[in-house]
Each structure stands twice: as C-alpha cells, then as structure tokens.
Design a protein around this ligand. Structure first.
Ligand code: ADP
Ligand code: MG
Length: 261
C-alpha cells in the first residue's frame, strides 16, 4: 500500500489508494452583499470531509460569491464558515490559502511562467517550500494530472484543457483540505471538457473534499454526493443527485431543470 502523508501520493492513473486529508466545511447563516445588493441571504451548508458537493442554479444566484466566501476572496457580512471546527473568518490568509484550494473558470495561470513554474510558485511563495522540494512536488502533481511531458510549456503553448489541469495540479500541490471549483469547464472548447471532468471525478473518487459550481448536470448526477440548488441568494433545495434531478420539489428547481436538461 502507498504510504500516507502529504507528498507520498501516487499518480492519478493508479491511485485509488491515494490519501487526502479532507476537511469538513460547515457554513452557517452566511450573508454577503456587494454594497446595497444582497447576494447571499442566510446560507446553511455542510460539506462533509471526503465528499463532493455540486452547486447548481441560474446565473446571478450567488454561486460564485458563495465559493468566494469559502476562501475569503470576498468577506461575508454575517454568519460563519468553519473548516474542521475552526472559523475561517479568523484564520490568517496564508493558512487559509494552504487549506482551501480554488480553481477558476479562466485558469489564472501566470503567462510568462512554464507549467512547472506555475505549480512551484504557489509552493515557494505561500508554503515557503525550498525550490528543490517545490520542484519535486510540482513534478509529481503535474504527473498526477497527466502533464509530466508538458511541464516546460508556457500556458500559451497548452490547450485550454491542459491549462486547466495545470491549475488543478497547482491547487493539489498545496495539499489542501478542500478544493473549490468555479465553472472550470465553462471556458473550454467542448472536446476538452471531458478530460477535465474525468480528472475531477477521479479526485472525488479518491476522497478529495470538493465544492463544485457547475453547469455540467451529467457530472453532478454522476459524481456528486450532494447537489445544492441556489436561487436568489438562498439554497432552495439540497439532496442526493437522485432527489434533485429525479424528484425536484420546488417550482423554481423544476423550472431550472426544464431549461438546462
Ligand atoms: P453566480 O455565480 O451564481 O452567477 P454571482 O455570485 O457571480 O452569481 O453573483 C451574484 C450577484 O452578485 C449577481 O447579481 C451579480 O451581478 C452580483 N455581483 C457579483 N460580483 C459582483 C461584484 N464584484 N460587484 C457587484 N456585484 C457583483
Ligand atoms: Mg458564477
């Protein structure tokens, strides 16, 4: 068996025995406003360690804002978010960046750096890891996402799907307790979507704790342990994929599904 521990994990292709140290996230009565505009109006959500939560809902319903609160890219107005019992609202930013990873729609890679350097930068800057060790970890995580051979390419020399997998490798390299994904396949050409979703499904199977905002209903149905439907700043329904997709209760969810499925 593979030894457990942060940097002893094996590649995605053969790592069903991979060990992630998942963290449980608890969100209580969370509110957030941009000026006068109330965007989150009392959100309660539990994301148990080692599970995948998919967040669906119409554009403007507050999905990105909810994720952004989870790593404090924006500051909530009220309520609390706890990671394994510890409030993230009181956590030092560097500690939060290590514990909560995020992957964005537009990759946010540094264009002047290679794939390897992009992954290393997070480790040397935020984790203060020596370059030698950072290089070793970055190479391993790029191998995990199937990009060992591309490590010396700059983002412009990679496909959108490859760039997104570099961004996922960068998040994984931090050894986070949870990773947040915000519509990470929405900007990709259709033929590149599957590779990224398959990687995310693999991570979910391996026990990574994940919060995934997505329009990919097939992915949500297949991979999610829990599906959350948001509308107008509130969670309207939450449940198993079967409950949400096969037995929606509210008019709003029924209408949403009729539009997207
Ligand atoms: P979703 O991700 O579900 O599309 P968002 O969380 O991005 O929703 O946005 C929720 C609401 O907040 C929308 O009405 C949007 O226009 C508004 N909003 C989002 N970001 C900002 C911002 N930086 N400043 C002001 N309003 C914002
Ligand atoms: Mg959004």
């Amino acid at each position: 068996a593979a030894p457990s521990g942060p940097h002893s994990i094996t590649g995605v292709a053969n790592c069903d025995n991979r060990h992630f140290r998942g963290g449980t996230l608890q969100i209580r009565d969370l509110s957030m406003a941009y000026g006068e505009l109330e965007v989150l109006k009392g959100v309660d959500l539990d994301i148990p360690a080692g599970t995948v939560t998919c967040i669906i809902g119409p554009s403007g319903s507050g999905k990105s804002t909810l994720l952004r609160c989870m790593n404090r890219l924006v500051e909530p107005k009220g309520g609390d978010i706890r990671l394994d019992g510890e409030s993230i609202l009181a956590m030092r930013p560097e500690k939060l960046r290590r514990r909560v990873g995020m992957v964005f729609q537009h990759f946010n890679l540094f264009p002047d750096h290679t794939a390897l350097e992009n992954v290393m930068l997070a480790l040397t800057k935020i984790k203060k890891m020596p370059r030698q060790e950072a290089r070793r970890v970055a190479e391993a995580r790029l191998a995990d996402v199937g990009l060992a051979a591309r490590r010396d390419h700059r983002p412009a020399g990679l496909s959108g799907g490859q760039q997104q997998r570099v961004a996922i490798a960068r998040a994984l390299a931090m050894d986070p307790e949870i990773i947040l994904f915000d519509e990470v396949t929405s900007a990709l050409d259709p033929e590149l979507v599957k590779g990224v979703l398959d990687l995310m499904a693999t991570l979910g199977r391996q026990g990574m704790t994940m919060a995934v905002v997505t329009h990919e209903m097939g992915f949500a149905r297949r991979v999610a342990d829990q599906v959350v439907f948001m509308d107008e700043g509130r969670i309207v329904e939450a449940g198993s994929p079967q409950q949400i997709f096969d037995d929606p209760q509210s008019v709003r969810l029924k209408r949403f599904l009729a539009e997207v499925l």
